[in-house]
Write a protein that binds this ligand. Structure first.
Ligand SMILES: *Cc1c(COP(=O)(O)O)cnc(C)c1O
Length: 428
């Protein structure tokens, strides 16, 4: 299968880059070095690269802090009191939401807990949670401890979806069948949007519909989906979601997360929540009075005043996303990942060293390909790394490579192909 008529040649890769209208964005990022050589960076799924503009965005806030100190909270256009607002247009576009449905705050693991306080409300009849087996560890711990917090037993509550024997990825029909089977025992589906280990992009629209059909909530952890896969959270009717911004959104290590809460909950002061002053009605916040009045929309889930420096770094990359456009990025992403897939199949096809476990269908994946290593184990990863390939190794036996459309080129992918070809002499 080679619908794009790809070729394993440097000239072909360079021609693809020359035709790529997004190619120039690469120059807006800083690439790390491995042994003094610029890395082939395929790890945007774990930590996005630093936009060159980050320093300027941070410096501006450092200057405001130096010049204005406490007055910075209310001074001028960039008053810190309203800092959360700036990121809303870009975030709303990236996740397919209205601006009042999203807000940047806290970290992902904190946010998922806060959202479950509102949206996981087990009753003696309806208490089960569906999640994919092998979910990201933080998510596993979050679910386990939320369940215990309600005095329930995780083993009786959490239903893990496993692929069929001999298969690596979940079939949508099996996910939907399990939701139906749990029926009115099901309180919530809480899955990844895009699975970190396999790279599978779930059919969030169908999953949400199926959950609602049985009267359950649908929430997603979008850590690997945001800025990577097409999202229409509002139209799909997703109840809630959260993500981190330091992976495909390039905001810097450990930086601020974001949440989505569907418009249908925008004016629901009755929903239980763990509140703080920043979620309280903005106009009355400084009256310092008793009685929590949640802000309209996602803002009403904020707790604490905004991390202004974090937001500034976040904004540098969001502004790049706005200029590039998610649709354009996705179009390039499908092609670039298909090129990587083509080269891997061409070069290592029958070697028996590795196998791509990420779905072949572009609609069921983002830019990441997960390679199941059958021979050589982590030595394969180390060999590639010694030639400058930065991907990541995930136990027990997967290498993840994510060519990101914002800063990776076809030439990067071709160069990886040459390194793969060489390495097979050792492991095949
Ligand atoms: C990266 C990632 C996290 C990280 O959580 P933090 O709170 O940002 O440390 C959580 N869940 C998933 C699925 C992830 O991929």
């Amino acid at each position: 299968m080679n619908p794009y008529k790809f070729e394993f040649s440097e000239a072909f890769a360079m021609e693809m880059d020359a035709k790529d209208s997004l190619a120039h964005f690469r120059n807006e990022f800083l690439f790390p070095k491995v042994d003094g050589q610029e890395a082939l960076y395929f790890c945007g799924n774990s930590l996005g690269l630093q936009p060159k503009s980050v320093r300027e965005y941070l410096n501006k806030e450092l200057e405001n802090w130096a010049d204005l100190a406490v007055d910075g909270h209310f001074h001028g256009e960039d008053a810190w009191y309203y800092a959360r607002k700036k990121s809303k247009p870009a975030l709303a576009e990236i996740v397919g939401a209205h601006e009042h449905e999203v807000v940047a705050m806290n970290n992902l693991s904190v946010n998922l807990h806060l959202l479950m306080v509102s949206f996981y409300r087990p009753t003696p009849q309806r208490f089960k949670i569906i999640v994919e087996a092998g979910a990201f560890p933080s998510d596993q711990y979050m679910l386990e401890t939320q369940v215990k917090f309600h005095g329930l037993n995780p083993e009786e509550v959490i239903v893990e979806l496993k692929p069929r024997p001999g298969e690596h990825i979940l079939r949508t029909e099996d996910i939907l069948a399990e939701i139906k089977k749990q029926g009115d025992c099901l309180a919530m589906v809480n899955m990844a949007g895009l699975q970190y280990y396999t790279g599978q992009l779930f059919d969030m629209k169908s999953i949400t519909e199926a959950a609602h059909e049985v009267g359950a909530m649908a929430g997603f952890d979008l850590a690997h989906a945001v800025g990577n896969a097409p999202l229409s959270l509002h139209d799909w009717g997703v109840d809630f979601a959260t993500w981190c911004s330091y992976k495909y959104l390039n905001s810097g290590p450990g930086n601020i997360s974001g949440i989505f809460v569907h418009e249908k909950y925008a004016e629901r002061p009755d929903l239980p929540r763990f509140a703080g002053w920043w979620g309280h009605d903005e106009g009355q916040r400084f009256l310092m009075e008793k009685g929590f009045i949640p802000m309209y929309g996602a803002d009403g889930w904020q707790l604490a005043n905004s991390d202004v420096l974090g937001l500034a770094a976040h904004q540098a990359s969001l502004d790049i996303f706005q200029r590039a456009g998610m649709k354009n990025l996705r179009a390039k992403s499908e092609k670039l990942t298909a090129y990587l897939e083509y080269l891997i199949r061409e070069i290592s096809g029958k070697s028996g060293v590795l196998e791509i476990i990420t779905p072949e269908n572009p609609e069921e994946r983002g830019c990441q390909l997960s390679l199941h290593i059958h021979r050589g184990g982590k030595e394969v990863f180390d060999e590639w790394y010694s030639h400058g390939v930065v991907g990541d190794w995930r136990n027990p036996n997967v290498i993840r490579l994510a060519p990101t459309p914002l800063y990776n080129s076809y030439l990067d992918v071709f160069r990886f192909g040459k390194i793969l070809e060489q390495s097979l002499k050792k492991f095949a």
